[in-house]
Structure formats: structure tokens, C-alpha cells
Design a protein around this ligand. Structure first.
Ligand SMILES: Cc1ncc(COP(=O)(O)O)c(C=O)c1O
Length: 379
């Protein structure tokens, strides 16, 4: 790495997060690690440490993502969550991948073409994304699957894990599957990170899909903003969320460094067309990261040597912050991680942590730190 803008992943914390989840929720047979979008920005090298922690299945969005993981992990089962286009089937079979089926026609085509592959049925319990919406079709696939076109799992994506919405979604799932015996299907998975803790496990569930929890974020019941609390009070809306009992740690830190320092007098401009209107003489530090490294830089701050410094401009590759005499070229800069938490950074950028994390681009190398031993990976 020559340009010192990088992400550091604490792999031990990642491993421990999964152990913590498994210890508190030990009733599942399949812990499915959701590693789409380059493992939520953490990079797919993270998968190794998830497996060490106890993940025994992976899930990704596309065939392309699955193949990247299969390159580094030969054995672990991988489920592709989006239905894949039919021209990818041969490659999926060759790479021992599990596909999602969400309609009868697709299933029939596989049957007719004598394709040997494992699949999961996706049920649409209300989100109107992918999924069967007809119980007869589900029954048909259940009855006609074979040991070659093998029905290994069935799942849905829940919008909510609490209250009336959850009840409605669950009932819809049950109604759509009431023609089949769920106990005859190896992996039944409905819940994801933020619904796991919100209700008791249904007896028929054998798997759980874990995304954002693994990376260290649980439902923060008490983190509701005062505006939200007030609104809930006015609308007489109860905050139904169960407080999390998981002790998790975030694992990702994002750093850069000071590469230049400039004194700018108040009659000079900073940035294209004078983006920053400096009303007085200022000293600025130039940092080698911009919106091509990370989309959500805004006019907030970074952390250098124990203090926060305001960002004044950012470009595709460069960001400038106003500094004082304490800062020198070569100083390490935290964009977020420890002193500016990821939650704080996402609040400042006005996006959720999913968006924040997945917006760190391929240009940023990831350094995997496992108990002090470091490995750098470019994506
Ligand atoms: C189908 C499906 N399952 C599970 C997940 C993981 O969600 P979470 O990160 O909330 O666990 C996602 C995330 O987008 C998803 O689309």
C-alpha cells in the first residue's frame, strides 16, 4: 500500500461477535452469514473469521459474488439470495452453489433440463420483492423436488420482527406453506439480524441469516432520537423493540494520513470556484481520500492526534480539513472507527450504517488484523 488510505478489520472481534450471538441464541442449526456487497464493505477475506466464529453457511446477492467467495472458500455452502438468470445455472452447478427459486416456471425448466442443484424456496411474506405468493405453487415444487434438484431450504425476508406487522408476515408465511411439511425441509430461515432478538424462535426455524449483527451492530432501542420519541408519544405509538442482550463490537476502522499542509490567507480561495469561503487565514491539511473512496464524506470532521478537525472541502480523491499547529505531515487520520464511531459517522452523513459501510469502494485496501498479524487485501 502506497496511498495510506485504508480500512482495518479487527478479525478477532468479528469472530467473537459470532461466538457471542451463537452463545446467546444457540438453538439454530444453521448460522448463515450474509456477506453480500463485499461483506458489507468489510471485504470477503472476513469470511474466514466468520467461519472460525461458527458461521456454517453463507449468503450473497448474485452469482458473481458467490464465485468470488468460492475462489477463497472451497467447502462452505453458499446461497445466492437473488434468483439468477438461467444462463448462470451451469456455472452455479460447477461451483457447488445453492440457488433461490421464486417461481414454478423456473423450477420446471430446471426439472426438464435435468439440472442437479440445491435450492431454497423464497416465499414472499409481504415485502413484494422476490418470492412465491401462491401456496399451490409452493406445494408443487415441494412435491416435485428430487434428490438431484434438491429442496434444501425455504425462507422469507421479514420486514419487521415485532408487533402486528410481524404477526401478519408470519401468518402469511404459514398460510403460504400450510400445504407442505416444513419439518421435512432441512433449513427453514425467516429471521435476520434485527428481527432475531425481537420474538421467540418459531419451532420450525432451523436457520438464521446474520448480516449487520456480525459486523457489530444491534438494535439500539434506547438510541431513538428525541424527535422520534416525541413523535411516538404524540401518535401514542409504543416502542415495541426488545432491548438487545448481545455484547457486540464494531470491527471496522477507516484511516488516512496527512500528506500536505498549506497556509491559506483569507483573500485566497479553497477548492473549485472557492468551495470553501475562508473568512480568515487558515491552515489546512490535505488528505488522500475522496468520494471515489467513500461516498458519504460530508462537511463533518475527522480525528487526528486526539482532536476532531472540520472537513472543509472534498473532491473525487482528496479532502481538506482545517487544522492547527499540532498537526504535521504523516499524521494518521481516523475517518471513523474508534473515536468517531460508525454510528456517529452515519448520523453525520444522514444515512444508515448499511449504506455507509457499503459505500467504501474497491480503491480502499482492507487490512485484516488477527491477533496482531496483518494481511493486506485489494479488491
Ligand atoms: C434476504 C436477506 N436476508 C438477510 C439479510 C441480512 O440483513 P441484516 O443485515 O439485517 O441481518 C438481507 C440484507 O439485506 C437480505 O436481503
Amino acid at each position: 500500500m502506497y496511498r495510506k488510505t485504508y480500512v482495518e478489520i479487527d478479525c478477532e472481534k468479528l469472530e467473537n461477535n459470532i461466538k457471542e450471538i451463537k452463545e446467546k441464541y444457540n438453538d439454530y442449526k444453521y448460522y448463515i452469514g450474509v456477506v453480500k456487497a463485499n461483506a458489507y464493505g468489510h471485504g470477503i477475506e472476513s469470511v474466514k473469521y466468520m467461519i472460525k466464529g461458527g458461521i456454517n453457511y453463507l449468503a450473497v446477492s448474485s452469482l458473481e459474488e458467490a464465485l468470488k467467495i468460492r475462489n477463497i472458500e472451497k467447502e462452505v455452502p453458499i446461497l445466492i439470495l437473488e434468483p439468477i438468470s438461467y444462463d448462470g445455472i451451469k456455472v452455479a452447478v460447477e461451483n457447488n452453489l445453492t440457488i433461490t427459486i421464486d417461481n414454478k416456471e423456473y423450477f420446471d425448466k430446471l426439472l426438464k433440463d435435468k439440472i442437479n442443484i440445491k435450492f431454497h424456496i423464497k416465499v414472499d411474506s409481504g415485502m413484494n420483492r422476490f418470492g412465491f405468493k401462491n401456496s399451490e405453487d409452493i406445494k408443487y415444487v415441494f412435491l416435485n423436488s428430487t434428490s438431484s434438484l434438491y429442496l434444501e431450504g425455504i425462507y422469507t425476508q421479514l420486514f419487521s420482527g415485532v408487533g402486528e406487522t410481524y404477526k401478519k408476515e408470519l401468518n402469511k408465511f404459514k398460510t403460504l406453506t400450510n400445504n407442505i411439511d416444513l419439518n421435512k425441509i432441512e433449513i427453514v430461515h425467516l429471521d435476520r439480524s434485527l428481527t432475531l432478538e425481537q420474538h421467540d424462535k418459531n419451532e420450525f426455524e432451523t436457520g438464521i441469516r446474520l448480516g449487520i449483527l456480525m459486523y457489530g451492530f444491534n438494535k439500539q432501542r434506547y438510541a431513538l432520537s428525541w424527535k422520534r420519541k416525541l413523535l411516538n408519544k404524540i401518535l401514542n405509538k409504543k416502542d415495541n423493540f426488545v432491548p438487545s442482550k448481545l455484547e457486540l463490537k464494531t470491527v471496522l476502522k477507516f484511516f488516512t494520513e496527512v500528506i500536505e499542509i498549506k497556509d491559506v490567507s483569507k483573500d485566497e480561495i479553497i477548492g473549485y470556484g472557492g468551495m470553501y469561503d475562508n473568512k480568515e487565514n487558515v491552515r489546512i491539511a490535505i488528505l488522500p481520500y475522496g468520494f471515489a473512496d467513500f461516498s458519504f464524506i460530508n462537511k463533518s470532521y475527522v480525528y487526528i492526534n486526539g482532536k476532531k478537525y472540520n472537513i472543509v472541502v472534498n473532491y473525487m480523491d482528496i479532502t481538506a480539513v482545517i487544522i492547527d499547529d499540532d498537526i504535521k505531515v504523516g499524521d494518521k487520520v481516523e475517518i471513523f472507527g474508534e473515536n468517531i464511531s460508525i454510528r456517529e459517522a452515519s448520523r453525520l452523513a444522514n444515512v444508515n450504517v448499511y449504506k455507509l459501510l457499503t459505500s467504501i469502494t474497491y480503491r480502499v485496501p482492507r487490512i485484516y488484523n488477527y491477533k496482531g498479524k496483518k494481511k493486506e487485501v485489494e479488491y
